[in-house]
Ligand binder design. Structure first.
Ligand SMILES: [Fe+2]
Length: 583
């Protein structure tokens, strides 16, 4: 049986599941080139169907991870807000109307939109509980027969977190945290307070937090985010409200406690770093509080995490280190894109069609392009290439990396989830102290404090990192051993940790061969690995890879087995659009 899962809210995505097997999954942003796009994921759906060689009419069910009609709780909150502040009421009202008119209407008319834009179908969409879909997206592809499940995000239909237990194919809900008390919204509000984009730049705040002292943590614990003995928490929205923060309105009391908020582009001061550090530590404590309570409720040995807050790899790592769970699993698309996959799996399960559970061990579920496609794309841009055998290519690329060159590495199927894990990656030598500055200068116009992550041969991770557990999806951090900090300075964050990707023997043989070749030459089984994009979603096709390559000063582009040297001209962004210049 075939089920299509799709989400047309923020982080729109589609996934196609056949019995227990995931055939394809992709985020719409990669096709339409708009980060976190909210849209009917037409391109992602078409890709999934094409990958399986079927049409929408062949699909046995369409699953959507939102019950759009559950509005009562949110409407009540908006009315409650009116009593507190007319400004808040206006903001909530406007947002409510926006959501009702756009997103929920899109959900309600999804069936007809699908028919118009993708093709006829035998089935109407089935709308499912958002947090149950998150839970299914992690537990049903985890290696555990029994596991506690913790879902934490900004908001579902009426909740912000869910504690559950999974056994076999069943998921039993134990507790839910109701809106407006939301860890995701708390962190998003702080993100906006610090001058970054809420619901998008939280990872920047997490990176920044390593540079600060949590001197506001006590204040936040006492006045903003209080942990309760029953395992839940309360958010004081009169001090820090997510909806007001989105439009950068902060109540005077909040500004008195934390100081003036930062506007985008303003200088980052030590106080801002300290606020980031404080919010981070308070968030970690709250997530640990939930996970600890869940352990008491279930006695489970394992934990599955899902929801946008599960991208906070520092919090994930503290759970692993400090709580009594033996193993922690996070599905790589932990955020709302992943809920599309969860919806497909959950509907499959509810209908009794989930013949078996298959563990998700890699993320390569997106589109793949042939060598012919790559050659054609290169020819169109007049670029010369050199073709290699696989082994010779690894060797050659490793040599270039060893020389300090930067390499765009484009291989096989695109990654599912926000991390580039060796198929759409920018790679560099982690041993060079100046590599961060070099990458920021040549490619990424990004904040200099943001860390770069390492990919490491799994069996050699313990030589560099303190008790590293498996982290195939870059969703955990590990302390770098003091003795080797100087060996790989480009991938050690300010707090002495790295967000590692452990590369095992089977998940990505080609990327592994490159790591092995680099280890043979340098003795270091590690590469700096960041995503293949330049202020845009990660590239999907060879054409996008080439365009990104030409807009940067990166030395080499690898498309499959083709090696492309940076040409002697570059495309520069000008006020009138891209223009070709000789160097
Ligand atoms: Fe969510």
């Amino acid at each position: 049986m075939l089920i299509l899962g799709l989400s047309n809210m923020r982080d729109a995505a589609a996934a196609l599941v056949h019995d227990g097997k995931i055939l394809a999954a992709a985020e719409e942003e990669r096709f339409v080139r708009i980060k976190h796009v909210t849209a009917l994921p037409v391109h992602a759906i078409r890709y999934c169907l094409r990958e399986a060689g079927v049409s929408l009419a062949d699909v046995d069910g369409i699953a959507v991870p939102w019950k759009y009609w559950v509005l009562g709780r949110r409407a009540a909150l908006a009315v409650g807000a009116m009593l507190r502040s007319p400004t808040l009421f206006r903001v909530k009202g406007r947002r409510g109307v926006e959501r009702l008119s756009q997103e929920w209407a899109e959900l309600a008319f999804l069936g007809s939109h699908l028919r118009e834009r993708v093709g006829p179908s035998r089935h109407r969409p089935v709308y499912l509980d958002h947090h149950l879909c998150h839970a299914a997206s992690s537990f049903l592809v985890s290696p555990f027969e029994r596991s506690a499940i913790l879902v934490v995000d900004g908001a579902s239909e009426a909740h912000s977190a869910m504690l559950a237990v999974g056994e076999g194919r069943e998921i039993r809900v134990l507790k839910r945290i109701e809106l407006p008390h939301s860890l995701g919204q708390f962190y998003a509000a702080i993100t906006s307070y610090l001058g970054f984009r809420p619901d998008q730049d939280e990872y920047i705040v997490m990176g920044l937090s390593a540079y600060g002292e949590p001197r506001f943590a006590r204040l936040l614990r006492e006045q903003v985010l209080r942990l309760l003995p029953d395992g839940s928490f309360r958010l004081n929205t009169t001090l820090l409200d997510f909806h007001l923060a989105r439009v950068r309105i902060f109540v005077p009391e909040c500004l008195r406690l934390l100081g003036p908020n930062r506007l985008p582009g303003q200088e980052l001061t030590q106080r801002h770093r300290d606020v980031a550090a404080s919010a981070q530590v308070v968030l970690e404590e709250a997530v640990l509080h939930l996970a600890r309570h869940l352990h008491r409720l279930t006695g489970a040995e394992n934990l599955c995490l899902a929801g946008g807050v599960a991208y906070n790899c520092v919090a994930n790592s503290r759970i692993r280190r400090e709580l009594d769970y033996r193993e922690v699993y996070v599905q790589p698309a932990a955020g709302d894109a992943g809920s599309a996959l969860g919806a497909a799996l959950w509907l499959m399960n509810r209908r009794g069609w989930l013949s078996h559970r298959e563990v998700m061990r890699n993320v390569y579920l997106g589109p793949e392009f042939s060598e012919e496609d790559c050659r054609k794309a290169l020819s169109r841009d007049g670029l010369a290439w050199e073709a290699f055998s696989e082994d010779a290519l690894s060797d050659r690329v490793a040599t270039e990396l060893e020389r300090g060159r930067l390499v765009f590495w484009f291989q096989g199927r695109m990654e599912w989830g926000p991390r580039a894990l060796g198929n759409r990656s920018l790679l560099a030598d982690p041993r060079r102290e100046d590599m961060r500055e070099l990458i920021n200068a040549k490619v990424k116009l990004r904040e200099p404090f943001r860390p770069f992550a390492p990919s490491v041969l799994e069996e050699r991770a313990a030589e560099y990192f303190d008790s590293p557990s498996l982290s195939p999806f870059m969703l955990f951090t590990a302390p770098v051993l003091p003795s080797v900090k100087g060996v790989i300075p480009a991938v050690v964050h300010m707090d002495g940790t790295s967000r590692i990707q452990t590369v095992g023997r089977d998940e990505n043989p080609r990327f592994r061969r490159l790591l092995e070749a680099f280890a043979r030459k340098t003795g270091v089984p590690i590469l700096l690995n960041t995503s293949f994009n330049v202020n845009e979603p990660i590239v999907c096709s060879p054409e996008e890879a080439i365009q990104s390559f030409l807009r940067t000063d990166v030395d080499w582009l690898v498309l499959g087995n083709l090696l492309v040297r940076r040409p002697s001209y570059v495309i520069r962004e000008t006020r009138d659009g891209p223009s070709v210049c000789d160097e």
